[in-house]
Design a protein around this ligand. Structure first.
Ligand SMILES: CC(C)(COP(=O)(O)OP(=O)(O)OC[C@H]1O[C@@H](n2cnc3c(N)ncnc32)[C@H](O)[C@@H]1OP(=O)(O)O)[C@@H](O)C(=O)NCCC(=O)NCCS
Length: 351
């Protein structure tokens, strides 16, 4: 691969859960909303649920701040376009006509995802060099109360709903196996590795009493714990798949979506619940170097994609992806964005 050492990768996380309070975004976030042009306010104002309006506003602020910082342009001069399709394509930066004096505009790609109050952005900036496609997808395994629907059926029935997105082999593996590096966490916090669980990995129903020999003693637990791990593995696989189809901008409409297959996917171990401090909220990461996940397209191994799965708190899994143009490309740490510290100075710099 050619070397393009001037690529900067950014990863930002904005937590909107406690940023604004109320029921109407136009009242709760009047000043922040006013930072956006009317065309960008409209989709935010049209959100029916207040938390969705907060994420939509957070996304708009994050994208504009990222571009203002990367280009050095005034906040109000940032313009957007879309790749592939003017309505449904991947949002991208529309550089102003003409080049800046003595230079050229940076090359930029970025992508955002939002779920259950969080907004994440992955961006790439290349100065004098092309940039890789980047993408991100955020999932929250507990958001839709899937365990309640599985309790009335089983894991394969739950997964069958996603047969437009996953191949039969992917769904079979997610339903009927547990990757060897994973584990099931018992209610007392003890972790039983999937290797020790052995053929209990065939468990697909809730409400069953399971038992296994562990550390020389018989340990008993409810099958819910194992089923929940399968649900988390599924959400990790979903995040990877969605990140992949967001790279070039086709999204879930990609006709080849079932043919990009992720095997051996497990959910990273959960991060900590935020208490007095935020220590430990970012949980385990799993990436290419761990050699757990294999990616194939139409049966051929895919080597030109860098990915990372990371858990955040107990409820989130983030998949970041880059199609790197340089060797040794790595993901930087996540930067938690503060509206006052990081965004307002960019938004008000030119006013
Ligand atoms: C893009 C898509 C995968 C997003 O999935 P989601 O789980 O609903 O939402 P996420 O929170 O993960 O991501 C939302 C963000 O994805 C970005 N996005 C939108 N369309 C995108 C696309 N085609 N590719 C990549 N990213 C896209 C946007 O920035 C959006 O956030 P914003 O509206 O606040 O700017 C999904 O909406 C989709 O597949 N849409 C159809 C795309 C399509 O029809 N493409 C055909 C034209 S090429």
């Amino acid at each position: 691969m050619a070397s393009h050492p001037k690529t900067e990768i950014t990863r930002w996380l904005l937590d909107t859960r406690t940023l604004w309070s109320g029921t109407k975004i136009q009242d709760a976030a009047r000043d922040h909303l006013a930072l956006l042009p009317p065309a960008e306010q409209n989709p935010i104002l049209s959100k029916y649920r207040f938390p969705d309006a907060c994420m939509s506003l957070g996304s708009a602020l994050l994208k504009r701040a990222f571009l203002a910082k990367a280009t050095g342009l005034p906040w109000s001069s940032i313009a957007f376009s879309r790749r592939l399709d003017p309505r449904l394509g991947k949002p991208c930066w529309a550089s102003p006509p003409g080049a800046p004096p003595n230079d050229e505009w940076p090359h930029i790609d970025f992508n955002v995802s939002h779920q259950k109050g969080l907004v994440v952005l992955v961006g790439a900036v290349g100065r004098g060099a092309p940039v890789p496609d980047v993408s991100v997808d955020l999932t929250s395994p507990n958001e839709r109360n899937d365990m309640a629907s599985i309790a009335g059926s089983d894991v394969p029935t739950f997964l069958a709903v996603f047969s437009d997105v996953f191949s039969e082999q992917e769904l079979f593996a997610l339903a009927w196996s547990l990757p060897p590096q994973g584990s099931v966490r018992l209610l007392d916090g003890e972790e039983v590795s999937n290797v020790i669980l052995g053929r209990l990995d065939r468990t697909v129903k809730c409400g069953q009493a399971l038992s296994v020999m562990f550390d020389g003693r018989q340990v008993k637990f409810e099958s819910e714990l194992l089923v929940e791990e399968k649900v988390r593995n599924f959400y990790a696989a979903f995040a990877l798949k969605e990140a992949y189809v967001k790279l070039a901008g086709e999204g879930l409409a990609a006709r080849w979506i079932q043919e990009i297959e992720f095997t051996g996917v497990r959910a990273p171990r959960k991060g900590a619940v935020p208490r007095c401090s935020l220590a430990g909220v970012f949980g385990e990461t799993i990436g290419n170097k761990d050699e757990e996940v294999s990616i194939t397209f139409k049966g051929e191994e895919v080597r030109d994609v860098l990915f990372e799965l990371q858990s955040f708190e107990e409820d989130y899994i983030i998949a970041s992806m880059i199609k790197p143009l340089e060797q040794d490309q790595e993901f930087p740490d996540w930067h938690r964005i503060s509206l006052d510290r990081d965004i307002m100075p960019l938004a008000t710099k030119w006013s």
